[in-house]
Design a protein around this ligand. Sequence first.
Ligand code: SF4
Length: 290
Amino acid sequence: MLALSANGHLPKADYALFADTGWEPRSVYQHLDRLEKEIAAPAGIPVLRVSSGNIRADALDPAHRFASMPLHILNEDGKQGMTRRQCTGEYKIKPIKRQIRELLGYPYPRRIPKDVFVEQWVGISTDEFHRAKDADVRYMRNRHPLIDMGWSRNDCIAYLTSIGFADTPKSSCLGCPFHGNAQWRHIRDTSPTEWEDVVAFDAAIRSGNARANAGGNPLLGQAFLHRSRVPLDQAPIDHVTAAEWAALQQGPAEHTAVLEQLEEGVVDGCSPWACRGDAEAVQDDVGLAA
Ligand code: SF4
């Protein structure tokens, strides 16, 4: 959308916002730098990088309030669960809202008059139509220009390729537990230092929330980044195991969709205003604590 705007296919945007969790893959930061230099700056569109901190460092800091990532949990009785996902709200939506209030001239906690709002473009394509959602505040009105243009993901890729951005990477935290096997393999096979980083993080969160542990509320079970609930450096990321199939209890009709999710990760991933919602059963820190 930034390129479409810069190149005159969409109206000129006033700003482009990037919510930085502090733990994106190196390729995403490199891509953003290039986008900013080659596309946004020449068109006079400022790219604002907004942040609520570093999600990786915060998760491991006993002194920091933990905005939980959706970790895969293995309880002491063998039952599986997931921690509630709070990170998208904390690390993406919150800093974007803060920045928008400032741009509007009404920083928190000033009341924003009814008729003051921004039009916010969210880059949802036609093949993920169901992700298009309204903002939850009156001062932001969401629009979905790609859907208005009838553009699918393939149309976006074709356009990016035509302007020399064929290698546009997917944005998400390096160690997001929503990754499928393909994303884990990509990290392992292309970036040994980033693989080392996620493996170390996976080991460090085994006992759950650093702050809860420090506060005497240890996790009664174990937390993992990979859905198999096996340490990442031993997890079956090269194939779908029989146990994974069995655990899913899916009939043959669902196999293709399930296989795609195991490979490519949670279909809808993580994006402000386009989240997959709390579709899965969740288990919060209270339920996990002593
Ligand atoms: S990419 Fe994953 S870990 Fe990062 S904010 Fe989104 S859901 Fe949380």
